[in-house]
Design a protein around this ligand. Structure first.
Ligand code: TXA
Ligand code: MG
Length: 362
């Protein structure tokens, strides 16, 4: 890269996360630059959450609309009062139970949290990630790090440092290499800004996990309600809640999508449908769970793990691999029943809606 400054390191380089590299990443964040950061869920595109210009760079790098809020990552729950006002006791209970971990809490914000972080809303999303490199960076940095997933808007979230480089290249100053993300899909988001806790985005921590801690089931926003403004109805206190609909980009129907069209197919129909399509000259890739490879040379057959944790771990990398094959269609076997598959089914449902679109979608 010819930057004319000789000594300044090239941008977008993947670096082993040594203490020296982590300290350099913290300095870059302090200087208002962007860094690729591993977390246990997916890689984040990190910026100083108290620096509005730095957070604006996130939106430019992702190609994401500026009114979408971003999650603030904290070194520990002790930092909560700096960011959130009036924290409900159930939110504290969840933080105690699941932090560090794949859980984001939406809380009323403290007044001086930048609008760039909250999307101009009166709430802020916060979480403490369970990843040693993210926690080390947070501790060295000493404050909140704003970080959405480190992908271009509407695309598959990155679960390796190489994915971040593919997505963002020199838009990031550096990428800390933390290997493959152990969880593989984004955090569960629970909104505590209203009377009834509500899951805005399912994740590895399920509604049952939450109910066990707080003694009541959170409301779960359905896919249809998400991203629409038709969320009427009265809450427990009888108030109409329609005016408060948080903008959650993970709630847009078309999200997490490969460029290749993707369709979900029941196990019983999977091999048959793939063969029929191949017979018409359609190039087909298949992501199967229970259905064995029919050894049909016309099909790119990819076996996914049958255990939901392992499936989630591999999912985004598998979708990238299948997307890169240049086939006409990706067929994905539908998820088995069960709460552990809910978040995966959510992401694949969105991938099916959003797939095949061009890069300039908004
Ligand atoms: O696992 C994760 O949560 C990853 C890692 C990097 O931490 N981050 C992530 O960020 O998925 P992002 O921006 O791709 O998705 C975060 C979601 C977005 O849909 C955003 O709109 C929503 O959280 N969000 C953030 N703050 C919010 C707020 N105050 N109210 C409602 N939704 C919020
Ligand atoms: Mg995202």
């Amino acid at each position: 890269m010819a930057d004319g400054q000789g000594a300044s390191p090239a941008r977008g380089i993947i670096e082993p996360a040594t203490l020296v590299a982590i300290e350099r990443a913290a300095r870059l964040l302090r200087a208002g630059d962007l860094v690729g950061m591993p977390t246990e869920t997916v890689y984040g595109l990190a910026a100083d959450a108290l620096n509005p210009e730095a957070v604006q760079k996130i939106f430019a790098a992702k190609g994401r609309p500026a009114d979408h809020p971003v999650i603030v990552h904290l070194p520990s729950a002790d930092h909560l009062p700096r960011w959130a006002a009036s924290i409900p006791k159930d939110a504290i209970a969840l933080a105690r139970a699941f932090w560090p971990g794949p859980l984001t809490l939406i809380l009323r914000r403290e007044a001086d949290v930048p609008d760039e972080v909250t999307g101009g809303q009166d709430t802020v999303g916060v979480r403490v990630p369970a990843h040693s490199i993210a926690l080390a960076l947070l501790q060295v940095f000493g404050s909140g790090i704003a970080a959405p997933s480190a992908n271009r808007f509407g695309r598959i979230s990155p679960t390796t440092a190489a994915h971040v480089q593919e997505e963002l290249g020199e838009r990031v100053a550096m990428i800390l290499d933390g290997g493959a993300c152990p969880v593989g899909i984004e955090s569960t988001i629970v909104d505590f800004s209203r009377d009834v806790p509500e899951i805005l985005r399912p994740g590895a921590i399920t509604a049952d996990d939450i109910a066990r801690v707080i003694g009541r089931r959170p409301r779960v926003r359905s896919e249809v309600e998400q991203g629409s403004s038709a969320q009427g109805g009265a809450d427990a206190a009888g108030r109409l809640d329609a005016p408060h609909v948080p903008r959650v980009s993970g709630a847009l129907a078309a999200h997490y999508a490969p460029r290749t069209p993707l369709r979900l197919v029941e196990a019983s129909r999977l091999a048959g449908e793939a063969a029929e399509l191949a017979a018409t000259g359609c190039r087909v890739a298949v992501l199967a769970i229970s259905v064995g490879d029919p050894q049909d040379g016309r099909l790119a057959w990819h076996a996914a793990p049958a255990q939901p944790g392992a499936y989630a771990h591999d999912l985004y990398a598998s979708l990238r691999t299948l997307d890169a094959l240049g086939v006409d269609l990706i067929l994905v076997e539908t998820m088995p029943a069960g709460a552990a598959w809910t978040a995966i089914a959510d992401r694949l449902g969105r991938a099916a809606v959003g797939s095949g679109a061009e890069d300039d979608e908004t």
